[in-house]
Ligand binder design. Structure first.
Ligand SMILES: NC(=O)C1=CN([C@@H]2O[C@H](COP(=O)(O)OP(=O)(O)OC[C@H]3O[C@@H](n4cnc5c(N)ncnc54)[C@H](O)[C@@H]3O)[C@@H](O)[C@H]2O)C=CC1
Ligand SMILES: CCCCC/C=C\C=C\C(=O)C/C=C\C/C=C\CCCC(=O)O
Length: 259
C-alpha cells in the first residue's frame, strides 16, 4: 500500500464528524474533497491542528460534476506530487430525488475509481495504490424504507469486486476494496426524519429508529480502523469488509461459483 510512503490521500466526502482524528499515519498528506465548504474547512482545520499546516488541502467540489472531480484529482497530484490512497466516501440518502442518489452514491464512485486508476495504475505508467469504495450494510438487508439507497450500495459492491478482479488480472498494482458499515453516528442518520429526503418512505421512520435501537450505532473511530486495515493489509483486494456493533470488523464470504 501507499501507507509506508505516508500517502498522499484523496478523501471524497469529508464527513462532518471528525473521522480524520482517528487515522494514525506517520506522515499525512491529504486532499479533502467535499461539496460543503463549512464541513471541508472544519476538516482541514482539524488536520492542521493534528498534523501541522501544509499537509492537507480542502477542495470544494461536487463529485457529480465530472470536470470538477477530474480537476480535484489533478490539483491533489499537483500539490503532493503523486497519489497513493483514494477513499470514495461521499454519499447521500435521498429517496425523493433518487436519481441524485444514484449519481452521488454510484456514478461518482465509478468515476472516482476510474480517475484514481488514471493516477495510480501501472496501466497508466503510475506506481500503484489503494482504493476504498464505501458501501453499507444496507446492501445485505431487507430495507423497505431505502430502495434506491440500497440499490446504489449493492452497485458499489458489484462494481468494486469486478474492478478488483480486473486490477489483479491486468496487474494494475492497485488494490480495490469495499467497506460496508452498519449505522454510524453521523448527520446522515438524521435524514430519515425528513420528508425532503425520504419522500413517501418517511412513514417508516419509526421502524428505522427501532432498527437503530436493535442493531446499535457505531462510532466513526471504528470505521477509521476498518479503513486503515483495508489500506495497510497488502493481501486484501476485492474484499467486502462489514462493520457492525454485534461482530465488529469482519469480512463477507461468498460461495464459490459452480458450473
Ligand atoms: N452514517 C451511516 O449510518 C452510514 C453511512 N454509510 C456511508 O458512509 C458514507 C459517508 O456517510 P456519512 O459520513 O454517514 O454521511 P454525512 O452526510 O455525514 O457525510 C457525507 C459527506 O459527503 C458530502 N457530499 C454529499 N454529496 C456530495 C457531493 N455531491 N459532492 C461532494 N461531497 C458530497 C457531504 O457534504 C458530507 O460531508 C456514505 O457513502 C454513506 O452512504 C454507510 C453505512 C452507514
Ligand atoms: C431509511 C433510509 C435511510 C438511509 C440513509 C441513512 C442511514 C444509512 C444507514 C446505512 O447505510 C446503514 C444501513 C443499514 C445497516 C444497519 C444495521 C445493520 C446491522 C446488521 C447486524 O448487526 O447484523
Amino acid at each position: 500500500s501507499g501507507l509506508q510512503r505516508g500517502g498522499p490521500w484523496i478523501f471524497l466526502g469529508a464527513q462532518g464528524q471528525g473521522l480524520f482524528q482517528d487515522f494514525c499515519v506517520p506522515v499525512l498528506q491529504v486532499a479533502v474533497v467535499d461539496l460543503n465548504k463549512t464541513v471541508g474547512e472544519q476538516c482541514q482545520a482539524q488536520l492542521d491542528a493534528e498534523f501541522g499546516e501544509g499537509r492537507s488541502v480542502f477542495i470544494q467540489c461536487d463529485v457529480t460534476h465530472g470536470d470538477a472531480l477530474r480537476d480535484a484529482f489533478q490539483r491533489t497530484v499537483d500539490q503532493f506530487g503523486r497519489l497513493d490512497i483514494v477513499i470514495n466516501n461521499a454519499g447521500i440518502n435521498n429517496e425523493k430525488n433518487w436519481e441524485k442518489t444514484i449519481q452521488v452514491n454510484l456514478t461518482s464512485v465509478i468515476k472516482g475509481t476510474y480517475l484514481a486508476l488514471e493516477h495510480m495504475s501501472k496501466e497508466y505508467g503510475k506506481q500503484g495504490g489503494t482504493i476504498i469504495n464505501v458501501s453499507s450494510m444496507a446492501a445485505f438487508l431487507h430495507s423497505p424504507h431505502q430502495p434506491v439507497y440500497t440499490a446504489t450500495k449493492h452497485g458499489v459492491i458489484g462494481f468494486t469486486r469486478a474492478m478488483a478482479d480486473a486490477a489483479a488480472q491486468d496487474d494494475y498494482g492497485v488494490r480495490i476494496n469495499v467497506l460496508c458499515p452498519a449505522f454510524v453516528d453521523t448527520p446522515l442518520l438524521h435524514t430519515v426524519e425528513e420528508e425532503d429526503n425520504m419522500g413517501k418512505f418517511v412513514k417508516f421512520k419509526d421502524d428505522f429508529k427501532q432498527s437503530m435501537n436493535k442493531f446499535g450505532v457505531l462510532q466513526p473511530s471504528l470505521i477509521a480502523e476498518g479503513m486503515m486495515r483495508l489500506i495497510s493489509d497488502p493481501s486484501l483486494n476485492g474484499a467486502v469488509m462489514k462493520i457492525t456493533c454485534a461482530k465488529g470488523i469482519h469480512f463477507h464470504t461468498y460461495e464459490p461459483m459452480s458450473a
